[in-house]
Design a protein around this ligand. Structure first.
Ligand code: HPA
Ligand code: ZN
Length: 324
């Protein structure tokens, strides 16, 4: 099964590029940029990744990215990940990035864009990997700041495949960002949002109704609301589910308790993704394998899930046909 899952052409729709920062690269970049890390060794970093909830992860995630300072750093971060993903049979990566988290610590958007853009071109040329870019707004920061970020991104609007919404979900409902998502819609930029990871099903409804998103990131808590499940099924809304992330952030106790089989049973369109692979103990192949072990799914199920990801990806017709 491992070989089969590895060879299966997989598209990753829910990934935070800053969450691909492995401790080894964190140390290398800290040295290059003469930054003191609060960890004695790579092993100590991994030991610190014992999360109790989303916020406890976000604290380390934002601390970890402090080593990213130059365009070269962002390039190296993304290329490191693209190489690992490609070696696992990933053929298309849609990466969220968090420009506000960089701007607040003095790294301007052009630095981030230069590094990521170069990495995307190299990945396409050297690995045959297609990529898409999702600029995420931090929902625990003011909506006005998100709007300013979108306006600052004007030189790059053409390069954005979508805007998204991430960071601490509870207490930061989608409705807070109606205006900035309206602006993105007016600009013709597609929209996605994290909803129903730690937040209630109501946030999923809000993301659909008020932000007009085309996919829901996570969305697993929809099961608490049968009418919402029926709606998601009837509309064919795709959920980008991240099983190992949900275990590590204690959204579920154990992978065996994960709602994926129930979501599938309910007729929803699902994809499997890695979210923050450096922090959650595995990339795309590990997530697929964990599902195989926990749920005993057949090859046909994985073919369907991987097919859904290619259907739901921000891909041109030609590339989509080539991958199907
Ligand atoms: N959830 C919310 N925000 C995030 C995550 C996540 O898993 N990873 C990076 N930002
Ligand atoms: Zn995420």
């Amino acid at each position: 099964m491992r070989e089969f899952l590895k060879r299966l052409p997989k598209a990753e729709l829910h990934l935070h590029i800053e969450g691909t920062l492995e401790p080894e690269l964190m140390f290398a970049l800290a040295e290059r940029n003469r930054i003191q890390l609060p960890y004695a060794s790579v092993e100590r970093v991994r030991e610190a990744y014992d999360f109790t909830d989303l916020q406890s992860f976000l604290d380390l995630y934002y601390r970890g990215m402090s080593v990213l300072r130059t365009a070269e750093d962002f390039h190296d971060l993304a290329m490191d990940y693209f190489r690992r993903a490609s070696a696992e049979g990933v053929v298309h990566v849609e990466m969220h990035f968090d420009p506000q988290a960089h701007l607040v610590r003095g790294i301007p958007l052009p630095v981030v864009m230069e590094g990521l853009s170069l990495a995307r071109r190299v990945a396409e040329r050297e690995l045959g990997l297609s990529t898409a870019l999702i600029m995420a707004f931090l929902r625990d920061r003011p909506a006005e700041e998100a709007m300013q970020m979108l306006e600052r991104a004007a030189p790059y609007w053409e390069m954005l495949d979508a805007v998204g919404l991430d960071s601490a979900e509870r207490g930061n409902p989608p409705a807070k960002f109606v205006e900035v998502f309206e602006r993105a819609r007016a600009l013709g930029i597609p929209r996605v949002a994290h909803a129903g990871e730690e937040g209630p099903p109501e946030y999923i409804r809000e993301a659909l109704d008020r932000l007009d998103v085309c996919r829901i990131d996570h969305g697993v808590r929809c099961l608490e609301d049968p009418a919402l499940v029926a709606r998601l099924r009837d509309q064919g809304t795709v959920l980008t589910v991240c099983p190992l992330s949900n275990v590590r952030l204690r959204v579920v106790e154990r992978i065996e308790d994960h709602p994926l089989p129930r979501l599938l049973e309910a007729g929803l369109r699902l994809t499997i993704n890695s979210d923050d692979p450096a922090y959650f103990g595995g990339g795309m192949l590990d997530n697929y394998l964990a599902c195989h072990r926990a749920f005993g799914w057949s090859r046909e199920v994985f073919i369907e899930l991987a097919g859904t990801a290619i259907e739901a990806a921000f891909l041109g017709d030609e590339r989509r046909r080539a991958l199907h």
